[in-house]
Design a protein around this ligand. Structure first.
Ligand code: PMP
Length: 386
């Protein structure tokens, strides 16, 4: 079969292999980025769907506008600021998860060979989206707060990228968070070089401790913001959104027409009902409490069973703990052994578009109880120590 050439370059889907291994009921998976299943507000959502069926059944089943359900867009607009100003409905498009936002951005902005700047390391799904439109990714060196402004300047002297992709809050995979000063500095550099910034923020609300910093889009005017309900409500709903200048929104919608016409109309209306009921803030509070306990359990277990073996970044929010094994060179080499021990992690190399060898791993704690986390880290320690 003659597939597009980028498919050959992208190789086998490691994620697919991990998902298959995760089907084994005795497996403890730290590999996914799944929210806790038992915390989904399924009954409240059932009432929201029911309400939509009762009140708006027929229009909810009809084709709808590409940019999204107008009242949902309005609600989203009210939650945001763009460069200090209120957001208008024309600055919002609803997407089928923020993954679609990434893909629409790639399709709309990138010609083959175009350069995109990314953090080191960065989110696998963004790498996939940018790769499938034949972009060249350039990794910008990072410190404990993410992209280093001086390093960004240096790279900007060498090449002009289409955009800089950032995850400022509880980054995937590193868990890092960018402080306010850093945000301002980066936006300053971006402005000076007329550089578009893509701000991806699925985890910002899942804060365990520390000050909340304003979103980049609140502080600047050269930012495209990606939001999603996946981590704060449910990923299966597939409701995300983009905030950007109306002209960018129009171009993204032109692309979206050719992709799926519009995101699921019924689901957008049900999410809006849920939001109008005022149920989201309490739910997020609950997620924060439970995820913080699980983060603590994972940090404790890593210290207990792998204390001399790893260096880790303790995340102050989000879903992931990023760790580096000190005595091994390649975390990929231990995947088969950990599968035999019935535990899964994601090897760090997948988060580097240059495919470098690394001893880092990403461990997810949100979907396992503290007891299971303890057992899983013991298994991991057995696999690594042999
Ligand atoms: N961006 C980042 C940084 C993510 O971690 C994820 C999900 N893992 C997404 C985007 C996509 O999320 P969704 O499509 O479910 O909104």
């Amino acid at each position: 079969m003659q597939y597009a050439s980028w498919m050959e370059e992208s190789g086998e889907s490691f994620i697919g292999e991990m998902l298959k291994a995760a089907q084994n009921p005795s497996m403890i998976s730290f590999a996914g980025g799944l929210p806790a299943l038992e915390l989904f507000p399924d009954q409240a959502l059932q009432r929201s769907f029911q309400h939509v069926f009762e009140e708006q059944g027929k229009p909810a089943l009809q084709y709808a506008q590409t940019a999204g359900h107008p009242q949902l867009r309005q609600w989203l607009a009210e939650q945001h600021k763009h460069n200090g100003k209120p957001v208008k409905i024309e600055e919002i498009a609803v997407t089928t998860g923020s993954q679609q936002g990434l893909s629409l951005l790639a399709q709309t902005f990138l010609d083959p060979g175009d350069v995109v700047f990314v953090e080191t390391p960065t989110y696998i799904g963004a790498i996939q989206a940018f790769q499938s439109f034949r972009a060249q990714m350039m990794m910008i060196p990072c410190d404990e707060q993410g992209v280093i402004p001086e390093e960004l300047e240096k790279k900007l002297k060498l090449v002009t990228p289409k955009f800089l992709y950032l995850i400022p809050n509880y980054q995937n995979p590193s868990g890092k968070v960018m402080g306010l000063e850093r945000r301002i500095e980066l936006l300053h550099v971006a402005k000076a070089h007329d550089l578009l910034v893509v701000e991806d923020n699925p985890y910002g609300e899942l804060r365990f401790e520390g000050e909340k910093s304003p979103n980049l889009i609140e502080l600047g005017d050269n930012v495209i913001y990606l939001g999603t309900f996946s981590k704060v409500l449910s990923p299966g709903l597939r409701v995300g959104y983009v905030v950007a200048d109306p002209d960018i929104i129009n171009h993204l919608c032109q692309t979206k027409e050719g992709v799926d016409l519009h995101s699921n109309n019924l689901t957008q209306r049900a999410v809006l009902e849920f939001l109008k009921e005022g149920l989201l803030p309490g739910h997020i509070q609950n997620l924060r409490t439970v995820y913080k306990e699980r983060r603590n359990a994972m940090v404790r277990a890593v210290e207990k069973y792998l204390g001399n073996e790893v260096e880790m970044i303790i995340p102050s929010g989000g879903l992931f703990l990023w760790a580096r094994f000190k005595k091994i060179t390649n975390s990929f080499d231990y995947v088969q052994e950990t599968i035999r021990q019935n535990v899964l992690y994601v090897p760090g190399a997948l988060f580097y578009p240059d495919g470098r060898v690394t001893s880092e791993v990403r461990l997810n704690y949100s979907c396992s109880t503290p007891e299971i986390i303890d057992e899983g880290i013991q298994r991991l320690a057995r696999a690594i120590k042999g």
